[in-house]
Design a protein around this ligand. Structure first.
Ligand code: SF4
Ligand code: FES
Length: 256
């Protein structure tokens, strides 16, 4: 807020713009002789500049080889996650006005590095979906002539809430367990499990779910540090998700 205030002041008084220094992780894993290093760039801040705008300016005017991902520019596609001064965030919705003069950018950990700030989140999410079988397991074969099944509004709302995940990977990068255990389904995976667990069209019973979620790669692998909950740019209620899954897992354990 303080910086937004100073930005407004800059516009009003015509004082010189803030000079921003970017220190950006550079590495191309495709080039065998390449080694990781940090490269510095300087640009003038403009009003309401996001990291998306700043990185594009650097790429257009200073180094066309700089790799980073953006698509929607409005916190919908999930492709612009990166470490911003040590904290996972979406580049498109992070304003430089909220950051200090020196901005250090790294790629998200956990995911395979494509180059510089660009990582492959798609492979991680596909493997997680296969591991948790994140799709509706229908009771009956699809009947195109069947009447549409009704769903309670509150339940539909709860499922929709979990479906708001944009698969940006920020929660996974912030998770200490996901950083050391590649089989941990991580916050986004647990959120996905909860989404299908509460869906009445999914035929998996308590025993099936117990296999998926009640182990160290599932909800009992979570150490409860909860950085994911603080980091999620869509403000998904991840604390509620874990509480829901633990209750379900314990109920399944003691009902069997
Ligand atoms: Fe991103 Fe939030 Fe989904 Fe994690 S739960 S992948 S932080 S939107
Ligand atoms: Fe789509 Fe940032 S560019 S979420």
């Amino acid at each position: 807020m303080e910086r937004l205030g100073s930005q407004a002041m800059t516009e009003k008084t015509n004082t010189p713009p803030r000079r921003l220094r970017f220190e950006i992780f550079r590495f191309n894993p495709e080039v065998p002789e390449s080694t990781p290093y940090m490269q510095s760039f300087e640009i003038d801040e403009t009003p309401y500049m996001s990291l998306f705008i700043a990185l594009n300016e650097i790429r257009e005017r200073q180094d066309p080889s700089l790799q980073f991902d953006f698509s929607c520019r409005s916190a919908i596609c999930g492709s612009c996650g990166m470490m911003v001064n040590g904290r996972p965030a979406l580049g498109c919705r992070t304003l430089t006005a909220d950051l200090p003069d020196t901005i250090r950018l790294h790629p998200l950990p956990v995911f395979k590095l494509i180059g510089d700030l660009s990582v492959d989140t798609g492979t991680w999410f596909r493997e997680m979906a296969e591991q948790t079988e994140a799709w509706i397991h229908a009771r009956e074969a699809f009947d195109p002539d069947a009447q549409e099944e009704r769903m309670d509004d509150d339940l539909a709302e709860q499922i929709y809430e979990r479906d708001r995940c944009i698969e940006c990977g920020c929660c996974i990068a912030s998770c200490g367990v996901a950083n050391i255990n590649p089989d941990f389904v991580a916050p986004a995976g647990l959120n996905r499990i909860a989404r299908f667990m509460m869906d009445p069209r999914d035929s998996r019973d308590a025993t099936d779910w117990f296999e998926v979620v009640s182990n160290d790669n599932g909800v009992f692998g979570c150490l409860g540090m909860m950085a994911c909950h603080d980091i999620c740019p869509k403000e998904l209620p991840l604390l509620d998700v874990y509480a829901y899954l633990r209750r379900k897992a314990l109920a399944a354990r003691f009902s069997g």
